[in-house]
Design a protein around this ligand. Structure first.
Ligand code: ZN
Length: 512
């Protein structure tokens, strides 16, 4: 889309009303593009002293975007277009998504928006001080107030089943609390005993996992690896940042970052595969939709399904680790030169009990997420007082993984999410994991020889399949229906549990 209207073969008559809305949407897109470039720049390049000036510039842009989006003229155009049955499907989808954004931006009173934004800033700042001091009491009043304000926000937006639905809906449109609660209940029942048996079988950590790996070579490998599986460097970049992320700045410009640690190579390999999964989805959005509201990824859960699939189902598989090892031996002969394949594969999948979510492995990660979901839902429903959060956290950790944090810094204070009021966000991590296992299963049965492809480091046929089943739909449809079409019904924990059971039974040569 180049802003001048119809440029491709199928020329649709463009109604005046649609043309007027489209011009406004393109302006919002361009403002958003500048905001995202600021965000990327701040994480990758911005010198320390530039932070304050940039925050002000970003706030100015945010204010302009918000004013443009909430202009009553947009509401009037939407009313008119929603009454027009003759609208082509893609325009209907853009109208549907714009309505969603417009309603969210206009229904919440301006003073509540301001109060939440101010509180988030102070609360986040307090969290950065409370965690090193191990002082939950510092955070408590902020969390209590944030929960209150998020309740008011949910009521302003509206909900049908229960309040928490409005929070989930921000990140996972069309998904309800009841569905997510059932998903986690099934997951926890199946995963807790399996994870603990796998952890008990894991044995000592191989020494070569934590040895010095030159970081420039890690970056060289990351650049090579992301291109190998299909990342288009003419339409994107890979850089470094402490917290890896992927962001689409505009059409033909998808930026991803990875990180390196001096004493392990696994972190950079799997961060790169993870972010490349996100980036391939962004690069796969059809160009003719790109930049308009429905020309985007459909939800965070679907986004995460792509990153987890390339990181885990592909990256940690036997055939793909077999493909990577000779290249890694060449780069790091002193650490990996004499490591046999079986040992490398086991190392790439080494599970261990950890108190900290961001260091958790594929086996335990989703128990960390389940814990957060259960606690935040209880807190939001009023079944758990904020003051009782640290104790509830420690008890749940004990019941899932048999370990209790000795400090709140390693417990309830470890993530920044709650400090900024990001409630409803955690479930998308697990939804993505469950989708990734179910999708990969489906791809495997729908076309033969995937294992052979991966042994050659060739993801091209998998990418074509993902394009047909996920990417080309962009956000033309609700994410749940895109996923259910692939799976053949609602998402369950079954395929993920079976995937872990099969993989680890082979690795430790025992039947879990
Ligand atoms: Zn991710």
């Amino acid at each position: 889309m180049n802003g001048t209207g119809d440029v491709c073969g199928s020329v649709e008559p463009m109604s005046d009303t649609w043309g007027r809305l489209k011009a406004r949407l393109e302006e919002l897109r361009d403002l958003g593009s500048a905001q995202k470039l600021f965000e990327w720049d701040q994480a990758v390049l911005l010198p320390e002293k530039g932070g304050r000036g940039r925050a002000k510039a970003a706030a100015t842009l945010e204010g302009i975007s918000h004013d443009r989006l909430t202009d009553p003229e947009i509401g009037a155009l939407l009313d008119e277009l929603e009454a027009d049955d003759s609208l082509p499907d893609d325009q209907k989808a853009h109208v549907r998504v714009t309505r969603r954004e417009y309603d969210r931006a206009t229904k919440v009173p301006a003073d509540l928006v301001r109060e939440i934004a101010e509180l988030q800033g102070i609360s986040y700042q307090t969290w950065t001080e409370a965690r090193p001091k191990n002082d939950f009491k510092m955070m408590q009043p902020f969390l209590e107030r944030l929960v209150e304000l998020k309740k008011r926000e949910a009521d302003a937006i509206g909900w049908e089943g229960e309040r928490y639905d409005a929070l989930i809906d921000v990140f996972e449109p069309d998904m309800t609390t009841a569905e997510v609660e059932k998903m986690f209940a099934d997951l926890v029942t199946g995963l807790t005993p399996l994870a603990n048996s796998i952890l008990d079988a894991a044995g000592d950590k191989p020494e070569w996992l934590n040895a010095p790996y030159p970081e420039d070579k890690q970056m060289a490998f990351s650049h090579w690896l992301c291109e190998q599986i299909g990342f288009d460097t003419k339409g994107g970049r890979l850089d470094q940042s402490p917290h890896p992320f992927t962001i689409q700045i505009g059409v033909g410009d998808v930026r991803q970052t990875t990180r390196t640690e001096p004493n392990t190579v696994m972190d950079s390999i799997f961060s790169t595969l993870h972010e490349t999964g996100h980036a391939l989805y962004e690069q796969g959005i059809p160009e003719e939709l790109n930049g308009l509201p429905a020309g985007s990824v459909a939800s965070l859960g679907l986004h995460e399904s792509q990153s987890r699939m390339w990181e885990n189902q592909v990256g940690r598989s036997r055939p793909f680790t077999e493909f990577m090892l000779p290249h890694l031996k060449e780069l790091f002969p002193e650490n990996l030169g004499s490591i046999p394949f079986e040992e490398f594969h086991r190392g790439a999948n080494y599970p261990q009990r950890s108190l900290i979510r961001v260091y958790a492995d594929e086996v335990t990660y989703n128990l960390h997420v389940a814990l957060r979901f259960e606690l935040e839902l209880a807190m939001f429903r009023g079944d758990l007082a904020v003051a009782d959060l640290p104790g509830a956290w420690n008890d749940q950790m004990d019941s899932f993984l048999g370990m209790k944090p000795s400090t709140d810094s390693d417990g309830v204070l470890q993530d920044m999410h709650w400090s900024i009021g990001a409630l409803g966000y955690f479930p998308t991590y697990t939804l993505g994991t469950l989708y990734s296992a179910a999708f990969f299963d489906k791809a495997n049965t729908e076309f033969g020889g995937l294992e052979e492809d991966l042994r050659k480091g060739d993801g091209s046929r998998l990418l074509i399949w993902l394009n047909d089943n996920v990417f080309r739909h962009a956000y033309l449809r609700e994410p749940k229906s895109i996923a259910e079409d692939i799976i053949g019904g609602p998402i369950t924990a079954g395929p993920f549990i079976e995937y872990l059971r099969t993989k680890y039974s082979a690795i430790y040569e025992t039947q879990f």
